[in-house]
Each structure stands twice: as C-alpha cells, then as structure tokens.
Design a protein around this ligand. Sequence first.
Ligand code: HAM
Length: 409
Amino acid sequence: MIKVQKGTKDILPNEMSVWHFMEEKAKAVFTSYGAKEIRTPIFEATELFARGVGDTTDIVNKEMYTFEKSERSLTLRPENTAGVVRSFIENGMHRLPSPVKLWYKGPMFRYERPQAGRQRQFHQVGVEVFGIKQPTADAEVILMAINYLKELGLKELTVELNSLGCPKCRENFKTKLKEVIKPYLDCLCEDCQSRYDKNPLRLLDCKSPECQQIYSKPEIQAVIQGDFICEDCSNHFNELLGYLDELGVKYTRNKLLVRGLDYYNRTVFEIKSNNLGSQNAVCGGGRYDSLVRNLGGEDTPAIGFAMGMERLASLIGEKDESKLRAFVISNNANEALKLSEDMRSNGISCEFDLTGKKFVKQLEKASKIAQYAVIIGEDELANNQVSVKNLDTGEQKTVSREEYIKFIV
Ligand code: HAM
C-alpha cells in the first residue's frame, strides 16, 4: 500500500473546521490592518532562496527540496518571505502607496527530521509590510500577530524580542564574539565550527549542551549580554519597546534570539507557547530592510512574520462546527427535497434521509449530525406547516412554511 510521506500529513474532513477557522480569522484580522492577500507559486528559482534566505543557513544548506527541470534549478518554497519580495519587485509594488501590507497562507517545505510540531510539509500564515522604516511598523506588525493569536483564543503565549542591529553594528558584535570564542574553537560541535566562520551569530542558536556550557562562560556572556548595537539601532528598538509598553503588551528581551534566516536586521521576535513541546515557536518574524534591494528591487524597508498553522491547530484543539444546521425528517421525498433546497438557498446546511426510514430512526440520525430537525409529517403537510426541533434543548415548535427559516438561522 502506498502511504503518506514521512513528515507530511493529510488534513482530514474532521479537522477542517479548525483550518477554516484559522483562515477566516487571518483574513478578518489582517484585513482590519489594511493588509491584502497574496498567493505566490509553491516553487521558485533556487537562487531566490540562496540569495534571499541566505546560503549559510540550515534551510538553504540542508533542508531544501530542490529539483531540476529543463536545466533550471527549482525549489519548493521553504518559507514565503523571499517569494513575496520577488513578487513585490516583479510587480512594481513599490509604486503603490506605502505601506504595502500583504498577508498569505499556504504550504512550505523543509527537509527536516520530523517530530511533534515539525513536518516536512507544513503550512504558514504570515504578513509582510513594506515601506516603513520607523518602529511604528514593528509595533503594528507585532500587534497584528498578537491579535490574531488572541482571536484564535490562544493563551499562555510569550513574546520574545531582540534587536540584531544594522549590518555595521552586527559586524562589530560578530568580531567580538569570535574573539572570545576562539580559545574554545576546538571544543565546539561540528556545526558550530563551521558557523564560527560562516555565520557566527548562529552560534548562539546551538542546542548542544557542550556548546551551551562554553557559551555560558562569563567572558562570552559579557559579550552576548552587552549592548553592541549603535545609537540609531538602539533608539529604534527603544522606541518600539515604548509603543509596546504604552499598549500594555508583555514581552521579554532575549539576547540569544538571532533567528535562523539571514535576511534580518534590527527587530526580531518570536511568540512561543507554554503548551507545546520542544517545537514551541508558533510565530517568528523580524525586520529585513536590505532584502528588497538584495533581490534587485528599490531600497525598501520591510518587516513581517509567519506562523506555523499545524502548531496553531494543535493549540486550538477540536472545534465541533462540523454539525449540519438542519436535518429534514419526512417520508415524502418531494417535500424533503423542496424543503432542503429552500434551506440551502437561504444559506442553511442540511440533508435528509434518502432511504425512507421510520421517523424515530431519522430523528436518531438527525440528533447525531445536525443542530435542528425540520419535521414534515402528515399533519404538517396537511396544514402547510413544519415542526422545528432544537436537537440540543429538545424544544419543538410547529410553524408555518413561510416563517420556519427564521427559527433555524
Ligand atoms: P520561521 O521561524 O522559519 O520564519 O518559521 C515561522 C514559523 O513557521 C515557526 O515559528 C513555526 O511555527 C513554523 N514552522 C517552521 N518550520 C516548521 C516545520 N518544519 N514544521 C512545522 N512548522 C514549522 C519564517 O519562515 C520567516 N519567513 C518568517 C518571516 C516573515 N520573517 C519575516 N517575515
């Protein structure tokens, strides 16, 4: 038997109401901030991710689904910021009134070791805001993320923030970090040894206990915890914190938060859940002021985030919205058909029994799958009436055919 691929999952009909819920809330919340939806292709030129996400990252080095077609190297998107930026440039969106706010949802692909909360095909919902360098955009984007999570009814979340500074102050930090780590270079794990030269910021992300022990040494911590960002970057970050404080947003500053993608500068943030295992980040984002230019566009500051929808779904749990609104109980096929069509044309989901079972059996079935039973027996038929029974409360009313709809909607 052919089975679903490792790290991928079917989203089954009984899970669909949670997915629709996440999608509808995304549309409602992001639209309320003036964002418009964008859908970009699932595969792009490999070079987009190599240049966009960065060729020193794990995503580009180890996790991409890359294939050749007509001598072109193509890649299934591992994330959507690079694709949205490509589309922003290609479609001349810098000419639109600024800011341009875009939101998206869809599948992403990373060849990672699957575990709870980590898949090879997963879905993200995200937002990208172009054109504003001021920290008001950072505050608004973080609020969009928080309010979306609130609308989903999620609690026990923590917001972590950091500023990576600009490329200039980051170079400073990298040099200092490398200096203090150099004496321990031979004791670091293989990954960290290669990160040391290629991408020293990612050293802070290492999960190996041996490396963590080294990084907790006082002289290394002094560099990590020190203030390395320049005055401009520091002002930008403090202004953002001021806005968040004013709005009563709770956050923690995490100086180890560097994020696994190369395009970030200044603000980076993650929102974590206390109710997930080791893969506890539900949202990751940050500012990427050089990406549009690096991918060939006009200089355009930008900031955004993405959330893993499987992780959100597992926090939302079950949503029992799968019941039909109504079930028609009748032994008269013509009447059952007519009433069903009438309800559907009024936006009410309904079904009826197609096999001519006894009324009690039909009612049993109705109470399992629907919220209301709409009964049309001989009496009702004779009087041009229907009986509407609320299957949760048991309450039943007999009303005229003209007005029964208003008892169900
Ligand atoms: P990311 O941190 O790589 O950022 O992913 C964002 C979120 O996607 C994570 O917090 C997590 O919830 C989910 N996620 C990532 N990988 C997996 C996986 N293998 N299985 C399940 N869920 C996963 C980005 O992708 C950036 N593009 C975010 C961004 C947008 N930054 C600026 N704009």
